[in-house]
Every structure is written in structure tokens, then in C-alpha cells.
Design a binder for this molecule. Structure first.
Ligand code: ADP
Ligand code: MG
Length: 568
């Protein structure tokens, strides 16, 4: 048997990286800002543990466009790199300095928020640049600054530089086919999309604001009228991100207003308040934080818009959470952030991944628990929200067995008179009156209160409860509930749902065993004959005892006859 080694030469692999590393060229900026963030967080960590004797200060990352020079600059004040480090981390493709750092400081740095992972991010710069420069100075004093230049071929130049302050400047010479990345609006769009909640402040240009120190005096204009003098403007850094988004904080530190203002930060175009939120926070057996919001779902909601956003260490990854969040919860909004979701892999792999499965069931459980506690602690409020949330809950009960089990205790069944019962309450209520010959408990429901008005009235007159079940998937849910309750223990009765305008209503035995008529057999037959004499031939007349004290008889006409009559 021959054995050999596959020889991967950089000449071959470089164009491949450029073309196929990421299908989306725009993510180069996310990658470079992630590296700048990592460099800053590393320095923060090293100075916290006393290994770097530096004035950490208030570092930020700056993004600058030089339109004439066709260059894009990304500048940080992080750890920087020595000559040896450039050789090791940059010249070795697929060697991740981030991973090495986490490995080296694994006891203390696991919560440092370091993003890098695969050691490929930096090279995504070549998807949009024909030449890339790195000017970098390590935080270690004795190291001198270095200048690395590479035009995308495997050759690079490495020289000394005269950079004074620590940190790294990356200069991209934007390629002819990528000049969109020299446009201010395009870069701003990318910064807002990917970096809006990254942990280090990101400066992009400056802006004018009212000077907060300045107090306008009252002055007289030329006609002697009193006015305030114009506000003084000052120029400040335009910081595009919020480094401390709500989901990274402790739930106990947040008020209701904080949750709703974060909602607006996430979805600036959403003016409707969410109904409630669920703060996710777990660090074992996987790491996950986030906030999910229940929006009002009654209005024609566009579920393709304003979807749940997935982050990894505060870097936006995608708003397609298929496979990570169970389908029925994809109608919610909000963010989830987890470093434990494998990203550069296909969706079908994701669905099979153990960690992802656990994440998905954790989210389901948290949502069920939150609903349960809302139901328990504020039943009235829960009832008011029911119509806005029922679609999600009913859909969840249909699609996730675990959720069904939990939700069965708080799912509500509204009646046409606006009373809300849980399933168990409902059964208790209707059991005495709504049992049929085969001992099924029959739950009557309407799907449209207006169209089925007369049937509803009739059923109510007979003392039956009529539910109003009008959501589009309720018929499936009914089937499921009937199925779940068909094989019950001897003392429990099976459940049947019946539409209020179906024949079913006639099968209900309302009378108890002891409701025996006061009339004798003979009298009853006589009475029946008399009644039959006065109603039209096609009607079948039945005599039924109602109860032993009140009216001795009612005359019932079969449902189908009644309907025929209605039609003629
Ligand atoms: P990863 O971030 O996954 O480790 P990258 O290809 O993005 O891989 O970067 C490779 C390495 O280069 C980083 O791990 C880091 O050591 C170094 N590096 C990249 N950018 C910077 C920077 N701005 N400051 C300091 N080091 C950097
Ligand atoms: Mg990186």
C-alpha cells in the first residue's frame, strides 16, 4: 500500500480562499473589525491579569474611507503584533491566534469574548482588496513597529515602520470590482448590520451635536423681542455601536423600559410595543444569552422582516435561525447570542448537531416556562394577550411534543361569551351537561361567531358552553387533542369536539338518569300523537323528559330537518 502526503501549496490555495472562503464578500469588514475587537479585548484581559503593564484607557476602533486613495483603513488600539507575531499569525494561513490565546489563558479568558476561531478571517480582506497593508506595533515596549504588505500573491514584504502608538492599522487597497466599499453609505450599512452591538466602540467619522455644557442665554433680537440664543454645536466621534446591549446584562439590572428601548434599537421601524419578553441566560452545558420578544401577531405580520437575529460574541451572524430556533418560535423577534453554535457549516448539519439540538430545546422550555408564569401570576393579563399569542402556542403544541405537554396546562379555550378556560377547567364545567350516548365529553365550538350565530344561540339556550376557536390551525389542534385523549384510563372519558352547527348537538344526553317523566307511558304516546297531528308530516317528533319538576316535555326536531327548513 502506498502512502503519501497531499501537497497543498499556497499558490493553489490562495485564489480559492479569495473566491470561496465566504460567499458574501461584504463580510470582510466584519472579520477585520472582529480582529480589531479581539486585539483590544486581549489587551484588556492581559492588563486585568497584570501581564500587560499598559494604560488600557478607553480604546476604540476607527474605520476610515480614503476615497481618492481608494483605501479603507481599520485602526485599533489593541495588543498589536511584533515582527515574529506577524510571521506566525499572518503569514501562516489558517493558524488562529485567537484560538491560541484562548488555549494559553484558558483558565481566565473563557469569558473574555474573543471572537476569532478558524484563522481565516484576515484573508477575507483579499476578496475586496488588491493589496493589503498592516502597520502594527505591539504593546510590548521593546518591540518595534512593523509594516507588512501583500498584493494577494503568496509573496509579502515585511519591513520596519515608525508607528508610535500601540495597535494595528489595516489598509485595504480596494480592488476595481469592489469600489462599492469606498462609499460611505455602504460602509455605514455594513457597520450597522454586523457591528451594531460589538463590545468595543467603533468610530466612523464625526457628527455635530448640541454642546451639553452650553446653556443658551435669553437675548433680545433687533425688534426687542426676547429669544434664546442658538444652541452651540460641537463635533464628536460618530460611534456607530452600542457596546453594552441589553442581552449582555443581568435580567435583574433591567427594567421594562430597558427591554422596550432595546426592542426599538433592534427594530427601528417597529412602532408597536411587544407583548412581553423572555430573557435567555445559560452557561451550562452551553453558552447562550439573548432576549426574545412576543410581537402582536394578529395584524398582517411579515415574518420575513424583522426576524430573530443570531450573534456570536456580539457579532451579527445571520437573521436566518432555521435549525437553531424551533420553527414555531421563528415568529418571535429578538436576539440570541451563542459562541457554541457552529457557523461555517450547512443547515442540515446544524439540525443534527447535538449542541444545537440542546439549544433549541432549551429555548422551547424557556418560552413555555415564561408563558406558564405569566398565566399563573397574571391570569387576566394572559387572557387579554391570548388572541395575539395563540397562533404561536397552538403551532408549538402541534409541532413540539415537549411544548404540547407544558402548554396544555395554560393554553386557553375562549367561549363565545369571552370567558377563558383551560382545558381542565373546561372539562370540569361541561362534563355534567355535555356527554353523549357513548360517554364522550362533547365540546361544542364555533369557528365564526357571526356566521354561526343562530346555532350558537340555540346551544346556549340549552345550557351548553360554546367555544370560539377561530385560528387557522385550530382544526389540527382539535384532532391532536382528541387523539391524545382517546386512550385514557377507565375513569376518564374521551373527548370529542363538535362544531356547533353539526348534528352532534342532538347526540348530547342532557337528562340525568333520574329525569323521569311524570306522565305514564300511555299519556306520553297520546301526547306524541297530538303533537304529530299539528306539525308537518316530515317532522319526527321526540318526547324527552327535561327534569322531574319543570316542564315535563320538550319537542326536538332532528338537526338535518331544521337545516332543511332553514334553507327552504
Ligand atoms: P482568527 O481571528 O480566527 O484567529 P484571523 O485570520 O482573523 O484568524 O487572524 C489571524 C491572527 O492574526 C489573529 O488570531 C491575530 O493573532 C492576528 N491579528 C489579526 N488582526 C489583528 C489585529 N488587528 N491586531 C492584532 N492581531 C491581529
Ligand atoms: Mg479573525
Amino acid at each position: 500500500m502506498a502512502k503519501g502526503k497531499i501537497n497543498v501549496s499556497v499558490e493553489n490555495i490562495f485564489p480559492l480562499i479569495k473566491k470561496f472562503l465566504y460567499s458574501d464578500h461584504e463580510i470582510f469588514l466584519r472579520e477585520l473589525i472582529s480582529n480589531a475587537t479581539d486585539a483590544t479585548l486581549k489587551l484588556k484581559h492581559l492588563s486585568t491579569i497584570g501581564e500587560a503593564k499598559v494604560d488600557y484607557g478607553d480604546p476604540k476602533i476607527e474605520v476610515k474611507i480614503d476615497k481618492e486613495g481608494k483605501k479603507l483603513h481599520i485602526i485599533d488600539q489593541g495588543v498589536g503584533m511584533s515582527k515574529e507575531e506577524v510571521e506566525k499569525y499572518i503569514n501562516e494561513v489558517a493558524f488562529s491566534g485567537a484560538e491560541e490565546f484562548l488555549e494559553k489563558y484558558k483558565d481566565t479568558a473563557k469569558d473574555s469574548g474573543i471572537i476569532g476561531h478558524f484563522g481565516l478571517g484576515f484573508y477575507s480582506a483579499f476578496m475586496v482588496a488588491e493589496k493589503v497593508e498592516i502597520i502594527t506595533k505591539s504593546y510590548v515596549d521593546e518591540e518595534s513597529a512593523v509594516h507588512w504588505t501583500c498584493d494577494g500573491s503568496p509573496e509579502f514584504a515585511l519591513t520596519e515602520a515608525d508607528k508610535k502608538d500601540r495597535g494595528t492599522e489595516i489598509i485595504l487597497h480596494i480592488a476595481e470590482d469592489s469600489t462599492e466599499f469606498l462609499e460611505e453609505h455602504r460602509i455605514r450599512e455594513l457597520l450597522v448590520k454586523y457591528n451594531k452591538f460589538m463590545p468595543v466602540p467603533i468610530k466612523f467619522g464625526t457628527k455635530e451635536i448640541d454642546d451639553p455644557e452650553f446653556e443658551p442665554k435669553t437675548i433680545k433680537d433687533k425688534d426687542g423681542k426676547e429669544t434664546k440664543e442658538p444652541h452651540k454645536k460641537i463635533t464628536v466621534d460618530n460611534i456607530i455601536n452600542n457596546p453594552n446591549p441589553a442581552w449582555t446584562k443581568q435580567p435583574s439590572d433591567l427594567k421594562d423600559e430597558d427591554y422596550s428601548s432595546f426592542y426599538r434599537e433592534l427594530y427601528p421601524m417597529q412602532f408597536e410595543e411587544p407583548l412581553f419578553n423572555i430573557h435567555l441566560n445559560v452557561d451550562y452545558p452551553f453558552n447562550l444569552t439573548g432576549i426574545l420578544y412576543f410581537p402582536k401577531l394578529t395584524t398582517n405580520i411579515d415574518i420575513q422582516k424583522d426576524r430573530i437575529q443570531l450573534y456570536q460574541n456580539q457579532v451579527f451572524v445571520t437573521d436566518n435561525v432555521e435549525g437553531i430556533v424551533p420553527e414555531f418560535l421563528q415568529m418571535l423577534r429578538g436576539v440570541i447570542d451563542s459562541p457554541d453554535i457552529p457557523l461555517n457549516v450547512s443547515r442540515s448539519y446544524l439540525q443534527a448537531d447535538g449542541a444545537v439540538k440542546k439549544i433549541s430545546s432549551y429555548i422551547t422550555k424557556k418560552v413555555a416556562d415564561k408563558l406558564q408564569s405569566l398565566f399563573k401570576n397574571d391570569r387576566e393579563g394572559f387572557e387579554k394577550k391570548w388572541n395575539d399569542i395563540k397562533i404561536v402556542i397552538e403551532y408549538g403544541m402541534l409541532s413540539e411534543p415537549k411544548f404540547y405537554e407544558k402548554a396544555f396546562k395554560f393554553a386557553l379555550f375562549p367561549t363565545v361569551d369571552d370567558s377563558y378556560f383551560t382545558f381542565d377547567e373546561l372539562i370540569e364545567k361541561v362534563k355534567p351537561a355535555q356527554t353523549d350516548k357513548d360517554k364522550n365529553i362533547v365540546l361544542l365550538y364555533a369557528t365564526n361567531a357571526d356566521e354561526q350565530h343562530s346555532y350558537i344561540e340555540e346551544a346556549k339556550e340549552k345550557g351548553y358552553e360554546v367555544l370560539l376557536l377561530d385560528s387557522p390551525i385550530v382544526s389540527h389542534l382539535i384532532q391532536k387533542i382528541e387523539g391524545e385523549n382517546s386512550e385514557l384510563s377507565a375513569e376518564k372519558q374521551p373527548i370529542k369536539f363538535a362544531r356547533v352547527d353539526s348534528d352532534f348537538i342532538d347526540n348530547l344526553i342532557k337528562k340525568d338518569e333520574d329525569k323521569v317523566s311524570k306522565l305514564t307511558e300511555e299519556e306520553q304516546t297520546k301526547l306524541k300523537e297530538i303533537v304529530e297531528g299539528v306539525v308537518p308530516k316530515e317532522y319526527t317528533v321526540q318526547l324527552e323528559a327535561l327534569d322531574s319538576n319543570a316542564n315535563p316535555f320538550v319537542i326536538t326536531i332532528p338537526e338535518f330537518m331544521r337545516r332543511m327548513k332553514e334553507m327552504s
